[in-house]
Design a binder for this molecule. Sequence first.
Ligand code: PAF
Length: 290
Amino acid sequence: MELIARRSEWRALLAAHRRAGARVGLVPTMGALHAGHLSLVEAARGACDVVAVTIFVNPLQFGDAADLTAYPRDLEADLEAAARAGVDAVFAPSAEEMYPAGPPETVVVPGPLASLLEGRSRPGHFEGVATVVTKLFSLAGACSAFFGEKDFQQLVVVRRIVGDLDLPVSVVGCPIVRDEDGLALSSRNRRLGTAERPAARLLYRSLEAGRRVLESGGTPERAEQEMWAVLATDDLVRPDYAAVVDPDSLRPPAGGTAGPVRLLVAAEVGPVRLIDNLAASLAPGGRPIT
Ligand code: PAF
């Protein structure tokens, strides 16, 4: 496995692979790799000839300096995990390498999709994500890029950027990987204390409760109330939002129309902000498809 820290070398390596006829699978990460990331690597290995993982904790997407400092980092363990998973090349640049002139003056400002949900609570977050992802795509060149559905809004925003800017990237969304108790895997879970870890299960439970409401014919509004109520059953959990939205527009589903919806929640569990989501379907009139 090759480890590369310089942008020019990364660009040259992936271009050489492409010239040799290889399909490049890009897996952008911020490190602290877990089974969720490795499922993206697995998907990339299945669809591409070369798997290229990036590990970069992007300061631009953290509004809160304390959150950036607390973000887990363990490059050595990440490299071992990547090598075991059959990754071909890792790009792990420093912040100075990624942003040699300091914080960039030219940024990618995503549209309204980025101002909802996470965007409302974390102003500037998606601008930081959009800027670094566009840089990573620019360095990688034509490729397939694999993103987890755990960050569902990020996936929707990235797809939109690729479409709007005609980037030569095929974005592949991959299913959420969960612990046995339903908690979605996240690098942030490492920061949960022993009392907070059981409380964190409430995110998935609230999603299941919301889906049950829809399955029994309840409205999206009723499902949102139920999701919030489940989150609020533990004092360690401070809910931020509980939403049922159209999976493309991320807006409330049009009344009376059938089709897929996405249930999304965010909450602070102790000092850790967690997000999760689940797919469901509505039948005409807001009633569920069985
Ligand atoms: O999902 C992440 O880990 C990050 O937001 C990403 C896409 C690697 C950009 O920094």
